[in-house]
Design a protein around this ligand. Structure first.
Ligand code: GLN
Length: 486
């Protein structure tokens, strides 16, 4: 089988069974990357030498009959806001353009402990702020299904590498939709786990109460396999959950949705939803019924207000998190300045892009005295109500179904001058982060023009197994192609 079509699961099995070596896989993959990535522009940094070295270590283990990790020899791409020891981690910002972390994020440590092979760092919107990957300081990643279109964002690079067949799996981060929306735009599977299930240690902070790391894959199985490796309590992250959860996610994939109760809030069919996406969602609802699930219309009136709450809270947290980039402690420093204050101002003026500056200003404003109650406090109250509505709905239903994005992948440049329009692309995803529940985007077909469409499956806190089970069953039924470039 050709490297671009192989899943992480197939690679792992093949290496275990001695059908091929990890070194062979990694070398083939880099050949493919060199051919395809110049067109897609999804990687900021490639680590070929290190990858071959790690692959050889795994191959030695196989030769000596040693016990292999759960990710034995499988290549994985990492979003460039997740710290990798000795490998540049830029957040697609001039501010961190030369930053080489002296440590690994916990998810990277866990992957390495299970014998994964890190192949490179992927492009994103600067500091994960955006929905199109156009806010990167370095390059604009293309949608592998149509190079004129955006791959979604902010984890656009991580979604594109999987769809382009230049990484079997990848990690992204999701603060308001940044895994699910690009997964939908690129026609691959993307999962945002429950807040607290995955350690955020070593993930460069955007909005700490919303950020979560999660996997992208061509299949639900690959996402489940990756989640098994990266999840779990971590003492290095004070928001990491101590709850005992069964993390044998692969065992949940039994192909059945019989008896599952699925709610579809009518608010998700509001104005602004693309007709073809709506039709796809209805088709999936019908399929689920045929497969034995109970699908009902329900209501979640808060849906629209979520967006304003999200942009206030996430910007407020970002304005505080990003104050560490002052030109003194680390990262970029302006060359010309007259005083310490001037040094900070100049550094930030030159180091941050437009969208990041916009969020810092918005957040600082919302937190300033006199406006705090009107904006930040109100947004927090709304957040409470959103959490309550999700809790209530997920007590009645096992899962909630919705579109992932109201729009199809848009043209590059189409929304970049209109931030409000760009923010609207997140209407179905942000509430999930505010509530802290998990959700997965599953490819469910294509528009007439051949653009991918994704649906979102939302579950209760720590309900990843339920989500993966339903997604796996649907995936088998829908049989949607997830490889854009053959
Ligand atoms: N598009 C949203 C934003 O710009 C979500 C970003 C994210 O999830 N990192 O904030």
């Amino acid at each position: 089988m050709e490297i671009q079509a192989m899943t992480a699961f197939e690679i792992k099995k093949g290496i275990e069974e001695g059908k091929f070596t990890s070194e062979e896989i990694v070398k083939k993959l880099f050949e493919r990357i060199k051919e395809v990535d110049p067109k897609v522009e999804a990687y900021i940094t490639l680590c070929e030498e290190e990858a071959i070295k790690s692959a050889k270590v795994v191959d030695e283990k196989v030769k000596n009959g040693e016990k292999l990790g759960k990710f034995a020899g499988v290549p994985i791409a990492i979003k460039d806001n997740i710290c990798t020891d000795g490998i540049k981690t830029t957040c697609a910002s001039k501010m961190l353009g030369d930053f080489i972390p002296p440590y690994d994020a916990t998810v990277i440590k866990k992957l390495k402990a299970e014998d994964a092979v890190i192949i490179g760092k992927t492009n994103m919107d600067e500091f994960a702020m955006g929905s199109s990957t156009e806010n990167s300081a370095f390059m604009k990643t293309k949608n592998p299904w149509d190079f004129k279109r955006v791959p979604g964002g902010s984890s656009g690079g991580s979604a594109a590498v999987v769809a382009a067949g230049i990484a079997p799996v990848s990690l992204g981060s999701d603060t308001g939709g940044s895994i699910r929306q690009p997964a939908a735009f690129c026609g691959v599977v993307g999962l945002k786990p429950t807040y607290g299930l995955i350690s955020r240690f070593g993930l460069v902070a955007f909005a700490s109460s919303l950020d979560q790391i999660g996997p992208f894959g061509k299949t639900v199985e690959d996402c489940a396999m990756t989640l098994e490796v990266i999840s779990g309590y971590d003492k290095m992250d004070s928001t990491s959950s101590r709850k005992e959860v069964e993390t044998d996610y692969l065992s949940a994939l039994d192909g059945s949705v019989k008896g599952l109760k699925i709610g579809v809030p009518k608010e998700f069919f509001g104005k602004g939803l693309n007709e073809e996406i709506k039709a796809s969602l209805e088709k999936v609802m019908g399929k689920l019924k045929e497969m034995g699930a109970i699908v009902e219309e329900t209501t979640m009136p808060i849906t629209e207000e979520g967006l304003s709450s999200y942009y206030i809270i996430s910007s407020a947290e970002a304005s505080s998190n990003l104050d560490r980039y002052d030109g003194i402690r680390y990262g970029y420093r302006a060359k010309d300045y007259e005083s310490v204050d001037d040094l900070m101002a100049q550094t930030r003026t030159e180091g941050f892009g437009k969208e990041v500056k916009r969020r810092i200003m918005l957040g600082t404003y919302a937190l300033s005295s006199g406006y705090y109650d009107a904006y930040y406090n109100r947004a927090q109250k709304l957040r409470k109500e959103i959490r309550r509505q999700f809790k209530e709905t997920l007590e009645k239903y096992d899962l909630i179904l919705s579109p992932t994005s109201p729009v199809l992948p848009f043209l590059s440049g189409e929304k970049s001058e209109n931030p409000m329009e760009m923010y609207l692309a997140d209407i179905y995803t942000v509430n999930i982060n505010l509530a802290g529940v998990p959700a997965l985007s599953l490819p469910c077909g294509f528009s007439k023009e051949g653009l991918p469409i994704g649906i979102q499956i939302i579950g209760p806190h720590f309900g990843e197994k339920k989500i993966l089970k339903a997604a796996y069953a649907l995936e088998k039924e829908l049989k949607v192609d997830t490889l854009a470039i053959k």
